[in-house]
Design a protein around this ligand. Structure first.
Ligand code: HAM
Length: 409
């Protein structure tokens, strides 16, 4: 868990503002859900047998004896919110986005934190592959707007309740005796969550699954049609993508489309954003039978990429008021108040300090202009100003202050 400070915070704000603006034009509206939910929601939603639920949740008992968990992701929470607030009664598809911290007790490493932020989107009410394409396209526009057009979109289909059991059986059949040679995690997955063996990164497991059957070859007609149409739509939207037959995702709720956006510049934790379709989750959580699609962007990873491309921003005050004496303090505070209300970043010097020390402070803050106000200036009805960048100086009547400095240039 870590602190986010300036100047990095400016990149975070840029990412959040870009998302809010762009996602709104696709009809997504913001929701804010609690960071803690009943443990059962995640166990049911993400799935017993997943690494997240089995090993990574921050779970505790509250004073009322309830089992509570800090959300490890946003989808289950938004689904709970959707059901509880009967959002399915809104015109379909209902589209929501959220920004906030998530918590997973994972092994920390570069790009992987125990508290991390996601910007996520969830769209409910359409089973059409057009929704998948529209939402993936929105993510691509988002990345383009941030100047990250080169990232790879990987897609796969992991089938549905009708065809996945057949595929799972084929995979288990393929592994046969080799099961005993899998890593301890995959041994466990073999009985509880065999698909996850496909994206294990342990070299021994990668070697053992060479030549394993592919999910796409076991899809039912409906899932195959969905996947083919999605690919055609992505092509028609000029979205470059690759099919990754081994991508299965670490959460159990997905049906059909699964996708990830990866970067070659991030090392092992290379997924910048990921998501997919989850047509059964709303019903499984006690809501109506509503299909859905969504994704989440990892803030730490996207800001890490942007730090490499964007110049660091160091905002500075527009004005520094150097005040000399008690009278100047009253006038200075009044002036600063007006400038700040007009949106100009204004700092005030310590009226009891020397002009020299106030100028030094203005310099350290990299203020654009220093305005000097002392008893002499008050008596003459004029202030003096200095532009720090080039040392140019002048004087002007107090009445000209708003027109000179009152609005952004
Ligand atoms: P996820 O793949 O678990 O999916 O996470 C989405 C993104 O969050 C990842 O691609 C990564 O960028 C970031 N992320 C995940 N774990 C960490 C971590 N420990 N440290 C830093 N960043 C991390 C989900 O969470 C799904 N809820 C996405 C979704 C929304 N599917 C449908 N709708």
């Amino acid at each position: 868990m870590r602190d986010v400070l300036p100047p990095d915070i400016y990149i975070w704000q840029k990412v959040e503002n870009t998302a809010a603006e762009l996602f709104s034009s696709y009809g997504f509206r913001e929701v804010r859900t609690p960071i803690a939910e009943s443990t059962g929601l995640f166990a049911r939603g993400i799935g017993e047998g997943t690494d997240i639920v089995d090993k990574e949740m921050y779970t505790f008992e509250d004073k009322g004896g309830r089992s509570i968990t800090l959300r490890p992701e946003g989808t289950a929470s938004v689904v709970r919110c959707y059901i509880e607030n009967q959002l399915h009664t809104l015109p379909s598809p209902q589209k929501f986005y959220y920004i906030g911290p998530m918590f997973r007790y994972e092994r920390p490493q570069s790009g992987r934190f125990r508290q991390f932020y996601q910007i996520g989107v969830e769209a409910f009410g359409s089973a059409s592959p057009a929704l998948d394409a529209e939402v993936i396209s929105m993510l691509r526009h988002f990345l383009q707007r941030l100047g990250l057009p080169e990232l790879t979109v990987q897609v796969n289909s992991i089938g549905c309740a009708a065809c996945r059991p057949g595929y799972t059986e084929a995979l288990i059949g393929f592994l046969g005796d080799r099961q005993a040679e899998l890593c301890p995690d995959c041994q466990r997955r073999h009985s509880r969550n065999p698909l996850r063996i496909l994206d294990c990164k342990v070299p021994r497991c990668i070697a053992l699954r060479q030549g394993a059957p592919r999910v796409v070859d076991h899809l039912c007609a409906d899932c195959r049609g969905h996947f083919e149409t999605l690919q055609q739509l992505l092509s028609s939207l000029a979205i470059p993508f690759v099919i990754n037959h081994e991508m299965v995702r670490g959460l159990d709720y997905y049906t059909r489309t699964a996708f990830e956006v990866t970067s070659g510049d991030l090392g092992a934790q290379n997924a910048v954003a990921a998501g997919g379709r989850y047509d059964r989750l709303v019903k499984e959580c006690g809501g109506p039978d509503v299909p859905a699609f969504g994704f989440a962007i990892g803030m730490e990873r996207i800001t890490e990429l942007l730090k490499k491309t964007l110049p660091a921003v160091h905002p500075a005050p527009a004005l520094f008021l150097a005040l000399l004496g008690e009278g100047a303090l009253y006038e200075g505070l009044r002036i600063a108040d007006g400038l700040r209300a007009a949106g100009r970043w204004t700092e005030i010097g310590d009226h009891a300090s020397s002009l020299k020390s106030q100028m030094r402070k203005a310099d350290r803050l990299a203020a654009e202009y220093v305005v000097i106000i002392g008893d002499d200036e008050l008596a003459a009805g004029e202030f003096r100003w200095r532009k720090l960048a080039d040392g140019s100086e002048g004087a002007a009547p107090f009445s000209a202050l708003p027109s000179l400095f009152g609005s952004s240039p």
